[in-house]
Design a protein around this ligand. Structure first.
Ligand code: ZN
Length: 163
């Protein structure tokens, strides 16, 4: 099996192990995201480069605040067990193109939880601005921000695709 075919198979493996998946694409880049009810998340990206497809796999555990990059076998293992094997090779995700200077959460589920808390605080105190919704950082797919703006006025570049 080619690496590209193995990448596509990752989505089926996510579903088989109870992860909710979302596939998105923009131009020559494809992204598959999986979220687990316990708060863990995974992401696989495939980008068409001059020399062929470049695949990347990322995971973030339920109790972890940082994404790590793993090999595909590390991701598959994570999908099955919900945690990284002690022997798995990992690369911490250190760099971000996000320059929003805003607080961020590493997953949509956690951003939504933070939004709920912010809205409860607002109800108690009444003084803070009301945070309205969460959105993915336009510069970093692994960051989510909150905003008080109700409407999205930018362009949605990544389109959701059906499997
Ligand atoms: Zn940002």
């Amino acid at each position: 099996m080619t690496e590209r075919a193995a990448f596509d198979q990752v989505a089926a493996q996510m579903t088989a192990h109870g992860w909710s998946i979302s596939r998105q694409r923009e131009g020559d880049e494809v992204r598959i995201e999986g979220t687990h009810a316990d708060g863990a998340a995974v992401m696989a990206t495939a980008r068409l480069k001059a020399k062929g497809w470049e695949m990347r796999y990322y995971v973030i555990g339920n109790g972890s605040s940082h994404w790590v990059r793993v090999r595909r076998d590390g991701l598959v293992n994570f999908l099955e067990s919900g945690e990284l094997a002690p022997t798995a090779q990992t690369w911490p995700v250190m760099h971000s193109k996000c320059s929003c200077r805003k607080q961020y959460a590493p997953t949509q589920a956690r951003a939504l939880r933070a939004l709920e808390e912010a809205r409860r605080r607002h109800l108690r105190k009444g003084s803070e601005k009301v945070e309205e919704r969460v959105y993915r950082c336009p510069a970093d797919a692994r960051r989510w921000h909150m905003t008080a703006k109700t409407a999205w006025n930018g362009r949605e570049t990544w389109a959701e695709v059906k499997a």
